[in-house]
Design a binder for this molecule. Structure first.
Ligand code: NAD
Ligand code: TYD
Length: 372
């Protein structure tokens, strides 16, 4: 089974979802509500958190969006006591590698200290539950394949046994949070589950990440910045496949166990950018030349991990999950979503977004010598 459970004769389950106004969190919240799960959504609404991602839930009494920080102990304790969730699903994080290079402290604050605080407050509340409730409770911590470091071509894909070797402030902060989640299981018995997944793509991704950035720049005829030679490889996973995997792990995952989640879709960055351009050529043809003419090689990201690849045989064999979206069709649907949702796009490209583009790309000289 790949989807959320749909049991009819039991009381509606309730989950505290953190970061549920972001890209992946909002996709998860929408799926959870479709499955009848009551959602308390705790989100700080940083630049990446967008209530418009959840506009289809307007008026839904079983989705409660609370603006707040996972590090706010009183608020988290209040939400736990008031709503008594069956699970906490922790998506809340600073999530962009380039921003972590510019401002690592923000990543330590939320990803490390915030997660540690959340774990502690949840543990204290969980210990107060009657045994039958405590036994069924789950804390699922959402993490990334980037904690495993970088692969070279031909290296075997990351398994759950691959030692952690994070290289960016982002992946180091996520690695620290994973260790805390694991420690809370080993030390206190908190029923923790951990997922490490590859690069997500799909609707509602903030356009600081490669795929939406390229779509939106191309639509405006702006340069498509490819770091280095565009040879770095990522394993792309559709956000809906990721959310279905999280639901499977919550339903049937073994407590204390980690599950890698990947899309079986390794592509170089240049392949991804060219694929976006080819889709745009079909959907919104340019007068002359193609969108790929906009590809511009720029100075590489410092410490740029060369390749990520996920071996997700554990979740496939033990929990029966598999990704169902093929990358090419999923990418085409994603491009079409951005074309069809111009108000969403205009809203997220606020002054703060333009400031970020100036910070990240202003200093990146176009690299010489490469041709797309
Ligand atoms: P995102 O940046 O789109 O969303 C993060 C959300 O967390 C935002 O809504 C933001 O407002 C909220 N948030 C940030 N700090 C907070 C705090 N202190 N308290 C409460 N809320 C806070 O990120 P995403 O791409 O949706 O990623 C979600 C999770 O998945 C993250 O933990 C990330 O590390 C992990 N992940 C992402 C990817 C990916 O490709 N996007 C891949 C693997 C793992
Ligand atoms: P990104 O979407 O930032 O995800 P991550 O760094 O977590 O993998 O980047 C995906 C890949 O695309 C990564 O190898 C960096 C590269 N990239 C570019 O080449 N140009 C860009 O403007 C961005 C944002 C990323």
């Amino acid at each position: 089974m790949n989807s959320f459970s749909d049991q009819k004769d039991v009381p509606a389950p309730c989950q505290l979802v953190t970061g549920g106004a972001g890209f992946i969190g909002s996709a998860y919240v929408l799926e959870a509500r479709r499955a009848g799960i009551r959602v308390i959504n705790l989100d700080k609404l940083t630049y990446a958190g967008n209530p418009a991602n959840l506009s289809s839930l307007a008026g839904d009494p079983d989705h409660i969006l609370v603006r707040g920080d996972i590090g706010n102990e009183e608020l988290v304790a209040f939400l736990l006591q008031t709503h008594a969730p069956d699970a906490v699903v922790n998506f809340a994080a600073e999530s962009h590698v380039d921003r972590s290079i510019v401002d690592p402290d923000a990543f330590v604050r939320t990803n490390v200290l915030g997660t540690a605080s959340l774990l502690r407050v949840v543990k204290d509340w969980w210990r107060s539950l009657p045994a039958h409730r405590a036994e069924k409770f789950r804390f699922l911590h959402v993490s990334t394949d980037e904690v495993y470091g970088a692969l070279q071509p031909g290296d075997p894909a990351f398994t759950e046994a691959t030692p952690y070797s994070p290289n960016s402030p982002y992946s180091a902060s996520k690695a620290a949070s994973d260790h805390m989640a694991r420690a809370f299981h080993e030390t206190y018995g908190l029923p923790v589950l951990l997922t490490n997944c590859s690069n997500n793509y799909g609707p509602r991704q903030f356009p600081e990440k490669l795929i939406p950035l390229v779509i939106l720049n191309a639509l405006e005829g702006k340069p498509l910045p490819v770091y280095g030679k565009g040879a770095n490889i990522r394993d792309w996973l559709h956000v809906e496949d990721h959310c279905a995997a999280i639901a499977r792990v919550l339903e049937s995952g073994a407590v204390g166990r980690c599950y890698n989640i990947g899309g079986h879709a390794e592509r170089t960055n240049l392949e991804v950018v060219r694929a976006v351009c080819a889709i745009l050529d079909e959907l919104v043809p340019l007068g002359q030349g193609g969108h790929a003419d906009l590809i511009t090689f720029v100075t590489d990201r410092p410490g740029h991990d060369f390749r990520y690849a996920i071996d997700c045989s554990r979740i496939e064999k033990e929990l029966g999950w598999k990704p169902v979206h093929a990358f090419e069709s999923g990418l085409k649907e994603t491009v079409a979503w951005y074309l069809a949702n111009r108000p969403w796009v205009d809203h997220v490209r606020s002054g703060a977004y333009r400031d970020w583009l100036a910070v990240n790309y202003g200093q990146r000289a176009a690299a010489t010598g490469g041709t797309p």
